[in-house]
Design a protein around this ligand. Sequence first.
Ligand code: M6R
Length: 372
Amino acid sequence: MTNPAPINFQKGVYNHYMIKEIHEQPQTVRLELRDRLAQGVADFSDLAIDDIFTNVQKIYMVGCGTAYHAGLVGKAVIEKLVRIPVECDIASEFGYRDVPWGDKQMMIVISQSGETTDTLVALREAKANNIPILAITNVKDSTIAKEADKVIYTNAGLEISIASTKAYTSQLVVLYLLALYMARIRNSFNLEDLRTIGKELSLMGDYLEIAFEQEEKILRLAWQYQQMENAFFLGRGLDCSVAMEGALKLKETSYIHAEAYATGELKHGPIALVTEGSPVITVLTQDNIVNRSMYNIKDIQDRGGKVVAVCKANLEGHCRGVDDLILIPNTNPIVAPIVAVTPLQMFAYYMAALKGNDVDKPRNLTKSVIIE
Ligand code: M6R
């Protein structure tokens, strides 16, 4: 693994912090991996909660916005590798549930700022019910860090742009590492396969650099689509969570109405909105389900929809019929969300920049939301 350089917090050659922070991701991801992964084996023994990791039977995962989207990926990965149920909730909704609290449960709280009130309220609710809390946050000594029982600090460095990018990929990496660690100490997944996934994760900085080679193409696409007023973002499985994050990035920075849908769900209603020229952005990284998605994409094209696909290089043959293709490196599908999100971040950025928006400080938004 290349030794990551320290992060420089000046805007430097970049016009906005958002694009600078997008470009920092190979470095921040490497920083995330540096102390936690060796030869494909993840280690969180320093947290000193192996007893909880070993015995827990259910995990609640909460966050807001981008942090919630990271949680959705974490849920899928933990369920696959650790074989225990994970409920991932929007923190602001969590309090309205009548949660059947019980023994052998824990909560993972995700927050870049560590100050989001909705997330803090969910944390306090769980704590009042004697649930151990593990926080993943980017800010040292933040309120969430202080109130949680244990904290994993992400190494994304100061994130200035209101639209979160590098903090999201750091959260993803931590969640993957946690899943790998828990699976190893619980013996819930083949150890060699865990090591293979870990090794793949260790290459993530390089994969991101390869994905950035598509930047000029993405800028041209943003130019081509700059008049669009709405867009669908689609994906199946892990790709669906990535699509949700892509739609949020586009909405908050470019003010274009974007809706994310599970690809298979579109035909159950929203496809009624697809007409000649409707932009549809789809994420295709899951080898075992790409064919199923292509049937749906064909349906969309038959109705005049224009399809842009973010597609893993080895799946290019399946995606040939789409209108525009953004290729990302061929990773193991389980870790693909980390790399698949970057073209969507860049697309949102260039769209917002071309519109002349205040990219780093979009209207009506603040970096940490401290009202309920
Ligand atoms: O600081 P947090 O991670 O708790 O913030 C949660 C959301 O407010 C945040 O992710 C928001 O959705 C971002 N603007 C997304 O880019």
